[in-house]
Design a protein around this ligand. Structure first.
Ligand SMILES: Cc1ncc(COP(=O)(O)O)c(C=O)c1O
Length: 494
């Protein structure tokens, strides 16, 4: 039994320390809890949602004046929190961009947190800084970036993309200007809109261009828009290319975009938050050709590199671009001033106080070895193709965008709604497919998500998790087929 925290509050010697035996017991109990979580995951429900009334009733309370025992608190977490948490690391989680961490990565986080490593300055964490430099050099080399490149770990893709936009503005516009224009495709992630807004750009300064037949930024449309904007006296300065669009997985034509950026002096930022680590697979590497020409890049190790949240990364072709954009040295920090050979990570981004995100990435890659990451990433890509094959064989399913990286989009079209020669009733199809999605979520067996592709409501399968196997993909497709037929019959569209 763990003693209650209250027992340690004695007159004159108040501490927040935990006795070694209690640490040991609690640590073991937490690890046992995680072992139960990992080993039981495939049998758990994927989607576990509670309504606000329920969570309020369960968890609303004032902070207790006296402490409680750790055993009781762990039980409370397991009984109240875990059952109301959807498992994004579940093998049948196919919605959004899933993220499956590893136990080793989680322990890396525990160590970083337990040692309370302050990863803002070299002086306060030299070796942790070195580990971050090493991890970033690994990423650089996988992507084919030059020696001059560098980066920093951030919370996720959103902040990595915001940082890339900051670099673009600093290097190409200098002061904020109302006539600067950023170009991207209509499939850009919403964090690009948010990043532009945070920086003070108006919505019309973010030009969303049409996509081509392969769901990639239409290069002719880009060329046209840049020429027209220049003629109209505007100032094109940046292109944000997708290296794995969230909705379709498609990769913009990176070499052609890089040529165009070079020709017009535009900054090329690549959003590779989802797709970047596919370079570890030979097919992915070929698809991502041209990524090495980016001026800046966003990556998300908490997606396809199996790191527990949060683990984003921004890379810059010239590391000094990060330093130039972010370095400020106030008088109260002169004692920890860094330099090019001993950089302070706080000089490369938005955060001053930072946790050591590098440790969980470093620990897991060193433990598992790169070959296992390659094999797992390749398997997830294979499984997406397998999913498409199964979907194509399922009556009623129409593929809308074929597999790109590891995403496929599709919809269920009941026989009664097709082949009539006329227009499909899109409203009806949306109703049916949304109901299929909802029923699959309710079943708890799997989770997939919806999006719009060329204005059509579609269901979307994204395979990323390392624990997903063929049987999981088969079950998802079976659920879609069964629910599709049932919903269509009930709505009189069968
Ligand atoms: C292509 C792309 N960019 C950016 C993001 C945002 O990343 P994060 O959620 O880590 O902030 C995502 C998230 O799904 C994404 O798919």
């Amino acid at each position: 039994m763990f003693s209650a925290g209250a027992g340690r509050v004695k007159q004159g010697e108040v501490t927040l320390e935990t006795p070694p035996d209690e640490m040991r017991q609690f640590g073991h109990a937490v690890v046992e809890s995680l072992i139960r979580h990992y080993s039981g995951l495939p049998n758990e429900r994927v989607v576990n949602v509670a309504n606000r009334d329920e969570t309020e009733a369960l968890l609303r309370e004032p902070p207790p004046e006296e402490g409680q025992g750790l055993e009781q608190l762990l039980r409370e977490f397991e009984q109240k929190v875990v059952p109301r948490t959807s498992h994004v690391d579940h093998p049948r989680m196919f919605a959004f961009i899933p993220g499956s961490g590893t136990f080793v990565g989680a322990m890396g986080d525990a160590l970083a947190s337990g040692y309370n490593i302050y990863a803002g300055t070299w002086i306060e964490s030299s070796a942790a800084h070195q580990i971050e430099l090493v991890v970033i050099d690994w990423f650089k080399s996988w992507l084919g970036l030059p020696e001059t490149a560098g980066g920093t770990l951030v919370s996720g893709g959103s902040v990595a993309n915001l940082t890339g936009l900051i670099l673009a503005r600093e290097r190409r516009l200098g002061d904020m200007r109302q006539d600067g224009v950023i170009y991207t495709s209509e499939l850009a992630h919403s964090c690009i809109d948010r990043g532009a807004r945070i920086l003070g750009f108006r919505p019309e300064q973010l030009c969303k261009l049409q996509i081509d037949a392969a769901f990639r930024l239409d290069i002719a449309a880009l060329e046209r828009a840049v020429t027209e904007d220049v003629a109209a006296g505007r100032r094109p300065f940046c292109v944000v290319a997708n290296a794995g669009a969230t909705s379709t997985g498609s990769i913009d034509p990176l070499p052609e975009i890089a040529d165009l950026c070079e020709e017009h002096g535009l900054w090329l930022h690549v959003d590779a938050a989802y797709g970047g680590f596919a370079v570890l697979d030979e097919r992915g590497r070929q698809l991502l050709e041209g990524i090495e020409r980016a001026d800046s890049l966003a990556l998300d190790a908490h997606k396809w590199l199996y790191t527990p949240f949060e683990a984003g990364c921004v890379l810059a072709r010239e590391v000094h671009h990060l330093y130039d954009a972010f370095h400020i040295l106030p008088e109260y920090l002169v004692d920890v001033a860094g330099g090019p050979s001993h950089p302070n990570m706080c000089d490369h981004g938005i955060q001053l106080s930072r946790s050591c995100r590098a440790l969980k990435i470093w620990l897991a890659i060193k433990h598992f070895g790169l070959a296992r990451y390659r094999a797992v990433i390749s398997r997830t890509m294979d499984l997406a193709h397998y999913g498409q094959e199964l979907l194509e064989r399922t009556p009623g399913i129409e593929i809308v965008s074929p597999v790109a990286l590891s995403v496929v989009t599709f919809r269920y079209v009941p026989p009664s709604l097709r082949g009539t020669g006329g227009e499909l009733d899109e409203h009806r199809l949306e109703e049916i497919n949304d109901e299929i999605r909802r029923r699959i979520w309710d079943s708890g067996r799997a989770m997939l998500s919806s999006t719009r592709v060329r204005g059509l409501y579609v269901l979307r399968l994204c395979v990323v998790n390392h624990n997903t196997r063929r049987a999981d993909v088969e079950e998802l497709v079976r659920l879609v087929g069964e629910h599709g037929a049932a919903v269509a019959a009930e709505l009189g569209s069968g």
